[in-house]
Design a protein around this ligand. Structure first.
Ligand code: DGY
Length: 329
């Protein structure tokens, strides 16, 4: 009997083709919006494999409802904060994810957000469209430079490093903060500093850490107060890394200059959210990895992880590798 698989959204064509020729009994959620938690719980019951997106909440309750036959969860994303990894590990379920293939696309978008926010692209474009471009004026729509600035990268992992590589061309000073110094930092010209020093010194603070209980609201009111009033916050990581209410207050009061945000709490952010009314916010709907080839590669990687798990092989990209360790006595 072929293993039964539920895929929580239509994937890019090449990934669907790879799934369709695989020896699996396949069901794909056909709607453009994600299944609700209750629907997912119902559809996932009895499956051997689940292919999920970051919009699906996978918790212990859901795992128990699916049943002990579940062999693998494969997520089409590098971040897996929607999945209770510990609950998966305790049940012996490997969780696949997609590191690496999206680093360049997210880094490209990060640099784009830095420039768009600093140079006020959307504010200026809106003024142009609304007929408010009356003349060229010496200080019209001016903003700070990225070139020559100090950029602080929080989380010098794959994406943080890809951002640092791109910044080489901008003649910036790169600071970074990780729990431990990173061996790749020297080659990137990045200097380790404490979090406080990074916040206090950087003209741009760019977030690239995973979202975990340790990084929940890492950028809170105190952190924002430590930043320079001329500083710009860029978040392409996860909304929960930032205390959004504190950010809103800081942006309103001018205790930081601006923010470029691709991620929010919640997602989708309601269109009436006050953050979206601020002229000093550039907001995007979580499109960091949204290049065509990146999304195809992510989906193919997710299918490969899924099929490996169903075949009882180690996942090529596993977010909870401890699942393969023998349990400690
Ligand atoms: C991820 O993969 O975690 C991104 O946020 C979506 O591409």
């Amino acid at each position: 009997m072929s293993p039964s698989v539920f895929v929580t959204r239509m994937l890019p064509e090449p990934a669907m083709e790879r799934l369709q020729v695989a020896d699996v009994d396949l069901e794909v959620w056909p709607e453009p919006d994600p299944p609700s938690y209750e629907t997912l719980l119902h559809r996932a019951r009895g499956r051997h494999g689940l292919l999920t997106l970051l919009t699906d909440r996978i918790d212990a309750n859901l795992l128990d409802a699916v049943g002990p036959q579940l062999q693998v969860i494969s997520q089409m994303a590098v971040g897996v904060d929607n999945i209770d990894l510990q609950a998966c590990t305790e049940r012996g379920i490997p969780v696949g994810h997609t590191p690496g293939v999206l680093s360049d696309a997210v880094a490209d978008l990060t640099i784009g957000l830095m420039i768009a926010t600093a140079r006020r692209f959307f504010e200026a474009a809106a003024d142009l469209k609304a007929g408010r471009w009356r003349t060229w004026s010496p200080m019209g729509w001016v903003g700070p430079d990225l070139h020559g600035s100090t950029v602080g990268i929080i989380g010098l992992g794959r994406i943080g490093q890809a951002v640092a590589r791109r910044l080489q061309g901008f003649n910036v000073r790169i600071l970074y903060h990780n729990r431990h110094q990173h061996p790749a930092a020297d080659a990137l010209g990045a200097t380790w500093v404490t979090l406080d020093e990074l916040l206090a010194t950087s003209d741009f603070v760019s977030l690239h850490c995973p979202y975990t209980p340790d990084t929940h609201h890492l950028i809170n009111a105190d952190a924002l107060a430590t930043m320079k009033p001329t500083a710009i916050l860029i978040n392409t990581a996860r909304g929960g890394v930032v205390d959004q209410d504190a950010l809103l207050k800081a942006l309103r009061e001018g205790s930081i200059l601006a923010a470029g945000l691709d991620v929010f709490t919640p997602e989708p952010l309601p269109s009436t959210h006050p953050l979206l009314t601020l002229p000093n916010v550039v907001a995007l709907p979580h499109i960091g990895s949204a290049s065509i080839s990146t999304r195809i590669n992510m989906a193919l990687m997710a299918v490969d992880n899924l099929l490996a798990g169903l075949a009882g092989q180690p996942l090529p990209h596993c977010a909870n590798p401890e699942v393969y360790q023998p349990p400690t006595p």
